[in-house]
Design a binder for this molecule. Structure first.
Ligand code: SF4
Length: 120
């Protein structure tokens, strides 16, 4: 809940289901959500970053927590760590919640479980 992963310009992509869920949560139509809260990276919409450098939905905490995108729900249990467990240690410098004194097999098993839980 530090918000560190809600800062920066890496970009939080939203897919169709997420656009639908967030628009409904904000009580607006899809087009308004896309216009007012997203920008585009090629053909893919990303949630906007505010001038503060934080995600536009960050205000001490995530203001759309109930419907936040899959990539936010998963962090830091991401596919990239399965591809190379060394990424876990690299991510430690950006995320104070990441402990590096963990068993890598237990970690990757947990990540697989989380990915499965949040798969679509
Ligand atoms: S949607 Fe919520 S959890 Fe995801 S980056 Fe924005 S404020 Fe953070």
């Amino acid at each position: 809940m530090c918000g560190d992963c809600c800062r920066g310009f890496g970009g939080t992509f939203v897919d169709e289901q997420e656009i639908e869920a967030i628009s409904k949560y904000l009580d607006m139509d899809r087009a308004t959500f896309l216009r007012d809260y997203c920008h585009w990276s090629g053909k893919r919409p990303l949630i906007r970053t505010a001038e503060s450098g934080y995600c536009i939905f960050f205000d001490k905490l995530c203001t759309i927590h109930e419907v936040k995108p899959r990539m936010c729900k998963l962090w830091p249990f991401i596919e990239g760590v399965l591809a190379d467990p060394a990424n876990w240690t690299a991510m430690h410098t950006m995320c104070p919640g990441i402990r590096t004194d963990v068993d890598k097999e237990e970690l990757t098993a947990h990540i697989r479980q989380e990915l499965l839980k949040h798969s679509k």
